[in-house]
Design a protein around this ligand. Sequence first.
Ligand SMILES: [Mg+2]
Length: 238
Amino acid sequence: MRLVLFDIDGTLLSAGGSGRRAINAAFEEFFGWSVPAGYWFDGKTDRQIVRELMRAEGHDDADIDGHMDAVLARYLVYLGKALVDPAHPPRLYPGVAVLLEGLEARDDVVVGLLTGNVQPGAHAKLSAVGLDPARFVIGAFGSDHEQRPELPHVAQRRARETLGLDVAGPAMVVIGDTPDDIACSRGIGARAIAVATGRFSPTELKAHSPSAVFRDLSDTEQVMAAIMGDTGRDGADA
Ligand SMILES: [Mg+2]
């Protein structure tokens, strides 16, 4: 059995900048300041983003922890509005719909999420592009842990607890658009597949040694082969 874990932003979809606009609106409401233009969100968890931005504005960790849940609650309200802003429509990336159907048709694959989004934000973004969140059977979210490298362990544990599946690290596949997605696969021994639909080019991603790199997910046959590890060097099924 393979556990195939998709990142959301930059991998399955573009949320049209709604996450940045929403967190910005929450910070403006609480503290009166905005997210600096040069600050990047990709590869980070929502809680990590809140912490880094608040630290940069001089808040200490006790203050940050005290505000975290309230800031994220307001973020989610603003996100719901930002996702339906006709000026910045979210969109599904090429090949995603067909790839998901192909994976769902197999009986040796469980499809899931590994995302820095808190769970309600993840579900809102997926729904905004017409993907039913329930199609992702296992989820590890930014609401589960602030540090992305912990999330593969969350997904593994959830597969055991909710599906009774013991999935070894090498039978897990992490698909994402940033070096952080690739890096988070290492600790558990999962394979990483990188896709250059986010900010990073194929060359930049390749420098972090993923199992495979794709420009986008539209070559279903090749992407499927990479997911299933049909390269002769990985037979570590659970
Ligand atoms: Mg991403």
